[in-house]
Design a protein. Structure first.
Length: 438
Protein backbone atom coordinates (compact mmCIF):
# COMPACT_ATOMS: atom_id res chain seq x y z
CA UNK A 1 0.00 0.00 0.00
CA UNK A 2 1.44 3.39 -0.98
CA UNK A 3 2.05 5.71 1.93
CA UNK A 4 0.36 9.12 1.79
CA UNK A 5 2.10 12.32 2.85
CA UNK A 6 0.56 15.52 4.15
CA UNK A 7 2.12 17.77 1.51
CA UNK A 8 1.83 15.47 -1.43
CA UNK A 9 5.20 13.77 -1.99
CA UNK A 10 7.65 11.47 -0.30
CA UNK A 11 10.38 14.10 -0.14
CA UNK A 12 8.16 16.14 2.16
CA UNK A 13 8.40 13.33 4.73
CA UNK A 14 11.96 14.40 5.57
CA UNK A 15 12.34 17.18 8.14
CA UNK A 16 11.88 20.72 6.87
CA UNK A 17 15.39 21.69 7.97
CA UNK A 18 16.84 18.97 5.71
CA UNK A 19 14.62 19.87 2.77
CA UNK A 20 15.63 23.53 3.01
CA UNK A 21 19.36 22.92 3.34
CA UNK A 22 21.13 25.16 0.76
CA UNK A 23 23.15 23.39 -1.94
CA UNK A 24 25.17 26.37 -3.20
CA UNK A 25 27.00 29.30 -1.65
CA UNK A 26 24.55 31.67 -3.34
CA UNK A 27 21.68 30.13 -1.36
CA UNK A 28 23.67 29.92 1.86
CA UNK A 29 22.46 32.34 4.56
CA UNK A 30 24.79 34.07 7.01
CA UNK A 31 28.57 33.88 7.59
CA UNK A 32 29.26 36.57 5.01
CA UNK A 33 32.58 37.27 6.76
CA UNK A 34 33.65 33.84 5.46
CA UNK A 35 31.66 33.13 2.29
CA UNK A 36 30.81 36.59 1.00
CA UNK A 37 32.13 37.56 -2.43
CA UNK A 38 35.92 37.58 -2.40
CA UNK A 39 36.23 36.11 1.12
CA UNK A 40 38.92 33.53 1.73
CA UNK A 41 36.71 30.50 2.48
CA UNK A 42 34.52 31.15 -0.54
CA UNK A 43 37.60 31.31 -2.79
CA UNK A 44 38.90 28.04 -1.35
CA UNK A 45 35.57 26.28 -1.95
CA UNK A 46 35.11 27.67 -5.47
CA UNK A 47 38.66 26.73 -6.49
CA UNK A 48 38.51 23.33 -4.76
CA UNK A 49 41.59 24.10 -2.65
CA UNK A 50 40.20 23.63 0.86
CA UNK A 51 42.81 22.77 3.53
CA UNK A 52 42.21 20.76 6.67
CA UNK A 53 40.01 23.02 8.78
CA UNK A 54 37.66 23.26 11.73
CA UNK A 55 34.26 24.98 11.64
CA UNK A 56 33.59 26.29 15.15
CA UNK A 57 30.25 27.83 16.06
CA UNK A 58 26.96 27.38 17.92
CA UNK A 59 24.31 24.89 16.75
CA UNK A 60 22.27 25.62 13.64
CA UNK A 61 24.56 28.16 11.96
CA UNK A 62 25.47 26.13 8.88
CA UNK A 63 28.59 24.08 9.71
CA UNK A 64 27.31 20.84 8.16
CA UNK A 65 25.72 22.74 5.28
CA UNK A 66 29.08 24.30 4.38
CA UNK A 67 30.68 20.86 4.40
CA UNK A 68 28.02 19.51 2.02
CA UNK A 69 28.46 22.48 -0.30
CA UNK A 70 32.16 21.57 -0.36
CA UNK A 71 31.17 18.00 -1.23
CA UNK A 72 29.25 19.22 -4.30
CA UNK A 73 32.10 21.47 -5.47
CA UNK A 74 35.11 19.22 -4.94
CA UNK A 75 36.68 16.71 -7.32
CA UNK A 76 37.92 14.79 -4.28
CA UNK A 77 36.31 11.77 -2.71
CA UNK A 78 34.02 13.05 0.07
CA UNK A 79 33.24 11.05 3.22
CA UNK A 80 31.01 12.20 6.06
CA UNK A 81 31.21 10.86 9.62
CA UNK A 82 29.63 11.65 12.96
CA UNK A 83 31.87 11.39 16.01
CA UNK A 84 28.79 10.27 17.95
CA UNK A 85 27.97 7.18 15.88
CA UNK A 86 31.23 6.18 14.16
CA UNK A 87 33.34 3.40 15.63
CA UNK A 88 37.06 2.69 15.49
CA UNK A 89 36.67 -0.05 12.86
CA UNK A 90 34.79 2.25 10.49
CA UNK A 91 37.38 5.01 10.93
CA UNK A 92 40.28 2.65 10.20
CA UNK A 93 38.58 1.40 7.03
CA UNK A 94 38.10 4.97 5.80
CA UNK A 95 41.71 5.86 6.57
CA UNK A 96 42.99 2.81 4.69
CA UNK A 97 40.81 3.56 1.65
CA UNK A 98 41.95 7.19 1.71
CA UNK A 99 45.61 6.13 1.74
CA UNK A 100 45.07 3.80 -1.22
CA UNK A 101 43.35 6.57 -3.18
CA UNK A 102 46.13 9.01 -2.33
CA UNK A 103 48.59 6.67 -4.01
CA UNK A 104 46.50 6.90 -7.16
CA UNK A 105 46.34 10.70 -6.96
CA UNK A 106 42.83 11.04 -5.51
CA UNK A 107 42.29 13.21 -2.43
CA UNK A 108 39.75 12.36 0.28
CA UNK A 109 37.88 15.08 2.16
CA UNK A 110 36.70 13.67 5.48
CA UNK A 111 33.99 15.67 7.25
CA UNK A 112 33.53 14.83 10.95
CA UNK A 113 30.53 16.31 12.70
CA UNK A 114 30.96 16.99 16.43
CA UNK A 115 34.67 16.25 16.13
CA UNK A 116 35.19 17.30 19.77
CA UNK A 117 33.50 14.06 20.84
CA UNK A 118 36.48 12.04 19.67
CA UNK A 119 38.88 11.48 22.55
CA UNK A 120 42.53 12.53 22.38
CA UNK A 121 43.75 9.10 21.31
CA UNK A 122 41.20 8.93 18.49
CA UNK A 123 42.22 12.39 17.34
CA UNK A 124 45.86 11.31 17.30
CA UNK A 125 44.95 8.53 14.88
CA UNK A 126 44.10 11.11 12.20
CA UNK A 127 47.44 12.92 12.45
CA UNK A 128 49.61 10.76 10.14
CA UNK A 129 46.90 10.75 7.46
CA UNK A 130 46.51 14.52 7.64
CA UNK A 131 50.27 14.99 7.49
CA UNK A 132 50.69 12.65 4.48
CA UNK A 133 47.76 14.27 2.71
CA UNK A 134 45.70 11.07 2.65
CA UNK A 135 42.79 13.07 4.00
CA UNK A 136 41.75 16.69 4.18
CA UNK A 137 40.03 16.89 7.54
CA UNK A 138 37.02 19.15 7.88
CA UNK A 139 35.65 19.09 11.43
CA UNK A 140 32.59 20.77 12.93
CA UNK A 141 32.34 21.59 16.62
CA UNK A 142 30.26 23.67 18.98
CA UNK A 143 33.09 23.59 21.55
CA UNK A 144 36.17 25.77 21.70
CA UNK A 145 38.70 23.75 19.66
CA UNK A 146 41.60 25.02 21.77
CA UNK A 147 40.02 23.15 24.71
CA UNK A 148 38.75 20.05 22.92
CA UNK A 149 41.24 19.23 20.14
CA UNK A 150 44.81 17.99 20.40
CA UNK A 151 47.27 20.80 19.85
CA UNK A 152 49.09 18.73 17.23
CA UNK A 153 45.90 18.20 15.23
CA UNK A 154 44.74 21.78 15.74
CA UNK A 155 48.06 23.16 14.48
CA UNK A 156 47.44 21.41 11.16
CA UNK A 157 43.96 22.84 10.69
CA UNK A 158 42.72 26.33 9.94
CA UNK A 159 39.91 27.35 12.31
CA UNK A 160 36.94 29.24 10.88
CA UNK A 161 34.58 30.79 13.43
CA UNK A 162 30.91 30.74 12.44
CA UNK A 163 28.62 33.24 14.14
CA UNK A 164 25.03 32.81 15.24
CA UNK A 165 22.60 33.98 12.60
CA UNK A 166 21.01 37.41 12.88
CA UNK A 167 17.25 37.89 13.02
CA UNK A 168 17.22 39.03 9.38
CA UNK A 169 18.95 35.79 8.36
CA UNK A 170 16.47 33.66 10.32
CA UNK A 171 13.51 35.57 8.93
CA UNK A 172 14.79 35.08 5.37
CA UNK A 173 15.02 31.32 5.99
CA UNK A 174 11.46 31.20 7.33
CA UNK A 175 10.09 33.19 4.37
CA UNK A 176 11.91 30.91 1.95
CA UNK A 177 10.52 27.82 3.70
CA UNK A 178 6.98 29.18 3.47
CA UNK A 179 7.21 29.90 -0.26
CA UNK A 180 9.67 27.33 -1.63
CA UNK A 181 8.41 24.07 -3.23
CA UNK A 182 10.91 22.23 -1.00
CA UNK A 183 9.13 23.72 1.99
CA UNK A 184 5.47 24.70 2.22
CA UNK A 185 5.28 26.55 -1.09
CA UNK A 186 2.65 24.14 -2.45
CA UNK A 187 0.36 24.85 0.51
CA UNK A 188 -1.25 28.05 1.77
CA UNK A 189 -0.02 28.71 5.29
CA UNK A 190 -1.84 31.48 7.14
CA UNK A 191 0.79 32.89 9.50
CA UNK A 192 1.06 36.49 10.63
CA UNK A 193 4.12 38.73 10.56
CA UNK A 194 4.06 38.86 14.35
CA UNK A 195 4.13 35.07 14.51
CA UNK A 196 7.09 34.91 12.12
CA UNK A 197 8.87 37.50 14.28
CA UNK A 198 8.10 35.43 17.37
CA UNK A 199 9.67 32.31 15.86
CA UNK A 200 12.65 34.38 14.72
CA UNK A 201 13.34 35.63 18.24
CA UNK A 202 12.68 32.21 19.76
CA UNK A 203 15.26 30.56 17.48
CA UNK A 204 18.06 32.62 19.07
CA UNK A 205 20.26 32.51 15.96
CA UNK A 206 19.72 28.78 15.30
CA UNK A 207 18.38 28.04 11.79
CA UNK A 208 17.48 24.45 12.66
CA UNK A 209 15.43 25.55 15.67
CA UNK A 210 13.61 28.14 13.54
CA UNK A 211 12.69 25.66 10.79
CA UNK A 212 11.77 22.89 13.24
CA UNK A 213 9.50 25.31 15.12
CA UNK A 214 7.82 26.46 11.91
CA UNK A 215 7.30 22.86 10.82
CA UNK A 216 5.80 21.89 14.18
CA UNK A 217 3.46 24.88 14.07
CA UNK A 218 2.30 24.02 10.52
CA UNK A 219 1.80 20.32 11.26
CA UNK A 220 -0.30 21.27 14.31
CA UNK A 221 -2.11 24.11 12.57
CA UNK A 222 -5.86 24.25 11.91
CA UNK A 223 -6.94 23.04 8.41
CA UNK A 224 -9.57 25.24 6.73
CA UNK A 225 -12.23 24.22 4.24
CA UNK A 226 -10.34 25.91 1.38
CA UNK A 227 -7.26 23.74 2.07
CA UNK A 228 -5.25 26.44 3.82
CA UNK A 229 -3.67 25.92 7.25
CA UNK A 230 -4.00 28.55 9.95
CA UNK A 231 -1.41 28.99 12.69
CA UNK A 232 -2.99 30.34 15.87
CA UNK A 233 -1.13 31.91 18.78
CA UNK A 234 -2.04 29.14 21.22
CA UNK A 235 -0.57 26.45 18.96
CA UNK A 236 2.59 28.50 18.46
CA UNK A 237 2.92 29.02 22.21
CA UNK A 238 2.74 25.26 22.75
CA UNK A 239 5.42 24.71 20.10
CA UNK A 240 7.71 27.17 21.86
CA UNK A 241 7.07 26.08 25.41
CA UNK A 242 10.68 26.45 26.50
CA UNK A 243 13.40 28.35 24.75
CA UNK A 244 16.58 26.35 24.28
CA UNK A 245 19.54 28.58 25.08
CA UNK A 246 23.08 27.50 24.21
CA UNK A 247 24.49 26.23 27.48
CA UNK A 248 26.83 23.32 28.12
CA UNK A 249 27.65 22.91 31.78
CA UNK A 250 31.03 21.41 30.89
CA UNK A 251 31.87 23.52 27.86
CA UNK A 252 33.12 26.98 26.99
CA UNK A 253 29.75 28.68 27.37
CA UNK A 254 29.67 27.55 30.99
CA UNK A 255 32.85 29.53 31.64
CA UNK A 256 31.71 32.46 29.51
CA UNK A 257 28.56 32.91 31.59
CA UNK A 258 30.16 32.54 35.02
CA UNK A 259 32.81 35.02 33.85
CA UNK A 260 30.05 37.43 32.80
CA UNK A 261 28.36 37.08 36.20
CA UNK A 262 31.60 37.58 38.13
CA UNK A 263 32.69 40.62 36.12
CA UNK A 264 29.24 42.22 36.26
CA UNK A 265 29.26 42.01 40.06
CA UNK A 266 32.84 43.30 40.17
CA UNK A 267 31.71 46.25 38.05
CA UNK A 268 28.82 46.95 40.48
CA UNK A 269 26.16 46.22 37.83
CA UNK A 270 23.32 44.38 39.60
CA UNK A 271 21.07 44.29 36.53
CA UNK A 272 23.64 42.52 34.37
CA UNK A 273 24.60 40.23 37.25
CA UNK A 274 20.98 39.12 37.83
CA UNK A 275 20.57 38.52 34.08
CA UNK A 276 23.66 36.28 33.81
CA UNK A 277 22.75 34.36 36.96
CA UNK A 278 19.26 33.71 35.61
CA UNK A 279 20.73 32.67 32.24
CA UNK A 280 22.78 30.03 34.00
CA UNK A 281 19.86 28.76 36.09
CA UNK A 282 17.57 28.69 33.05
CA UNK A 283 20.19 26.70 31.15
CA UNK A 284 20.19 24.03 33.85
CA UNK A 285 23.22 25.05 35.91
CA UNK A 286 23.47 23.64 39.42
CA UNK A 287 22.53 26.55 41.75
CA UNK A 288 25.09 25.31 44.28
CA UNK A 289 27.84 25.91 41.71
CA UNK A 290 26.70 29.53 41.31
CA UNK A 291 26.38 29.92 45.08
CA UNK A 292 29.92 28.60 45.61
CA UNK A 293 31.23 31.16 43.14
CA UNK A 294 29.40 33.89 45.08
CA UNK A 295 31.08 32.76 48.31
CA UNK A 296 34.45 33.04 46.60
CA UNK A 297 33.56 36.46 45.14
CA UNK A 298 32.59 37.77 48.59
CA UNK A 299 36.18 37.47 49.80
CA UNK A 300 38.05 37.85 46.52
CA UNK A 301 36.41 41.09 45.36
CA UNK A 302 34.85 42.57 48.52
CA UNK A 303 36.71 41.15 51.50
CA UNK A 304 37.17 43.47 54.45
CA UNK A 305 35.38 46.32 52.69
CA UNK A 306 32.15 44.59 53.76
CA UNK A 307 32.57 41.33 55.67
CA UNK A 308 28.79 40.89 55.69
CA UNK A 309 29.11 39.97 52.02
CA UNK A 310 30.56 36.60 53.02
CA UNK A 311 27.65 36.01 55.41
CA UNK A 312 25.11 36.85 52.70
CA UNK A 313 26.84 34.57 50.16
CA UNK A 314 26.96 31.69 52.65
CA UNK A 315 23.31 32.21 53.51
CA UNK A 316 22.44 32.04 49.80
CA UNK A 317 24.41 28.79 49.51
CA UNK A 318 22.46 27.28 52.40
CA UNK A 319 19.14 28.46 50.94
CA UNK A 320 20.00 26.84 47.59
CA UNK A 321 20.92 23.66 49.43
CA UNK A 322 17.59 23.59 51.28
CA UNK A 323 15.28 24.59 48.43
CA UNK A 324 16.90 23.82 45.09
CA UNK A 325 15.50 25.11 41.79
CA UNK A 326 13.36 26.89 40.88
CA UNK A 327 12.62 28.43 44.31
CA UNK A 328 16.22 29.30 45.15
CA UNK A 329 16.60 31.68 42.19
CA UNK A 330 15.45 34.60 44.35
CA UNK A 331 18.12 33.79 46.95
CA UNK A 332 20.76 33.78 44.22
CA UNK A 333 19.41 37.15 43.08
CA UNK A 334 19.46 38.45 46.69
CA UNK A 335 23.16 37.62 47.05
CA UNK A 336 24.07 38.75 43.53
CA UNK A 337 22.52 42.21 44.06
CA UNK A 338 24.13 42.61 47.50
CA UNK A 339 27.57 41.64 46.19
CA UNK A 340 27.16 43.95 43.19
CA UNK A 341 26.36 46.96 45.36
CA UNK A 342 28.88 46.28 48.13
CA UNK A 343 32.13 48.32 48.24
CA UNK A 344 34.93 46.46 46.46
CA UNK A 345 38.42 45.52 47.58
CA UNK A 346 40.71 42.80 46.24
CA UNK A 347 43.27 43.31 49.02
CA UNK A 348 42.71 39.78 50.39
CA UNK A 349 43.14 38.24 46.94
CA UNK A 350 46.33 40.21 46.34
CA UNK A 351 47.65 39.18 49.77
CA UNK A 352 47.09 35.50 48.95
CA UNK A 353 48.73 35.83 45.52
CA UNK A 354 51.80 37.62 46.85
CA UNK A 355 52.26 35.19 49.74
CA UNK A 356 51.91 32.23 47.35
CA UNK A 357 54.50 33.77 45.00
CA UNK A 358 57.00 34.06 47.85
CA UNK A 359 56.27 30.48 48.96
CA UNK A 360 56.78 29.21 45.42
CA UNK A 361 60.00 31.11 44.72
CA UNK A 362 61.76 30.90 48.09
CA UNK A 363 62.92 27.88 50.08
CA UNK A 364 60.65 26.58 52.83
CA UNK A 365 61.47 29.00 55.63
CA UNK A 366 61.62 27.56 59.15
CA UNK A 367 59.14 28.81 61.72
CA UNK A 368 60.92 31.24 64.10
CA UNK A 369 61.76 29.46 67.37
CA UNK A 370 59.95 31.98 69.58
CA UNK A 371 56.54 31.22 68.02
CA UNK A 372 56.97 27.44 67.95
CA UNK A 373 54.95 25.31 70.33
CA UNK A 374 56.97 23.59 73.07
CA UNK A 375 54.94 20.75 74.60
CA UNK A 376 58.00 18.75 75.74
CA UNK A 377 61.07 19.49 77.87
CA UNK A 378 63.40 18.56 75.01
CA UNK A 379 61.79 21.15 72.77
CA UNK A 380 62.00 23.82 75.47
CA UNK A 381 65.65 22.99 76.03
CA UNK A 382 66.25 23.53 72.33
CA UNK A 383 64.81 27.03 72.39
CA UNK A 384 61.26 26.31 71.22
CA UNK A 385 58.99 29.11 72.48
CA UNK A 386 61.87 31.08 74.00
CA UNK A 387 61.15 34.81 73.90
CA UNK A 388 57.45 34.36 73.09
CA UNK A 389 55.22 37.10 74.55
CA UNK A 390 51.59 36.28 75.28
CA UNK A 391 49.76 39.28 73.78
CA UNK A 392 46.91 39.17 76.30
CA UNK A 393 49.37 39.77 79.12
CA UNK A 394 50.34 43.15 77.68
CA UNK A 395 48.54 46.45 78.09
CA UNK A 396 48.31 46.96 74.33
CA UNK A 397 47.24 43.29 73.70
CA UNK A 398 50.13 42.88 71.24
CA UNK A 399 53.87 42.40 71.37
CA UNK A 400 56.83 43.79 69.42
CA UNK A 401 58.03 40.48 68.05
CA UNK A 402 58.45 39.26 64.48
CA UNK A 403 56.21 36.41 63.36
CA UNK A 404 57.50 36.07 59.78
CA UNK A 405 60.73 34.20 58.99
CA UNK A 406 63.85 36.37 59.21
CA UNK A 407 64.24 36.43 55.40
CA UNK A 408 60.76 37.94 55.09
CA UNK A 409 60.88 40.35 58.00
CA UNK A 410 58.94 43.49 57.17
CA UNK A 411 57.23 41.91 54.14
CA UNK A 412 53.68 43.25 53.63
CA UNK A 413 50.98 41.08 52.06
CA UNK A 414 47.71 42.60 53.22
CA UNK A 415 47.49 46.18 51.94
CA UNK A 416 44.02 47.45 52.87
CA UNK A 417 42.20 49.99 50.73
CA UNK A 418 39.98 52.96 51.63
CA UNK A 419 36.84 51.18 50.41
CA UNK A 420 33.90 50.67 52.75
CA UNK A 421 34.71 49.37 56.20
CA UNK A 422 38.20 48.38 55.08
CA UNK A 423 39.21 52.00 55.64
CA UNK A 424 38.74 51.42 59.37
CA UNK A 425 40.93 48.32 59.26
CA UNK A 426 43.54 50.25 57.29
CA UNK A 427 43.68 52.91 59.99
CA UNK A 428 43.90 50.22 62.69
CA UNK A 429 46.72 48.42 60.85
CA UNK A 430 48.66 51.66 60.40
CA UNK A 431 48.37 52.32 64.14
CA UNK A 432 49.67 48.81 64.91
CA UNK A 433 52.61 49.13 62.53
CA UNK A 434 53.51 52.56 63.91
CA UNK A 435 53.39 51.25 67.49
CA UNK A 436 55.63 48.31 66.61
CA UNK A 437 58.18 50.65 65.03
CA UNK A 438 58.29 52.99 68.02
Amino acid sequence: MEQMFLFGNEAAASPLADRMRPETLDDYVGQQHLVGEGKVLRRMIETDTVPSMIFWGPPGVGKTTLARIIAKKTNSDYVELSAVTSGVKEIKEIMNRAEMKRQTGIRTILFIDEVHRFNKAQQDAFLPYVEKGSIILVGATTENPSFELNSALLSRCKVFILKELGEEDIRALLERALHSPEGFGDSRILISEDQISFITRFANGDARTALNTLEMAVLNGTPNADGSIRIDDETLAQCTNRRSLLYDKNGEEHYNLISALHKSMRNSDPDAAVYWAERMLYGGEDPLYIARRLVRFASEDIGMADSNALLIANAAFQACHYLGVPECNVHIAHAVVYLSLAPKSNALEVACINAENDIRKMPAEPVPLHIRNAPTKLMKDNGYGKGYIYAHDTEEKMAKMTCLPDSLAGRRYYLPTDQGREKQFKERLEQILEWKKS
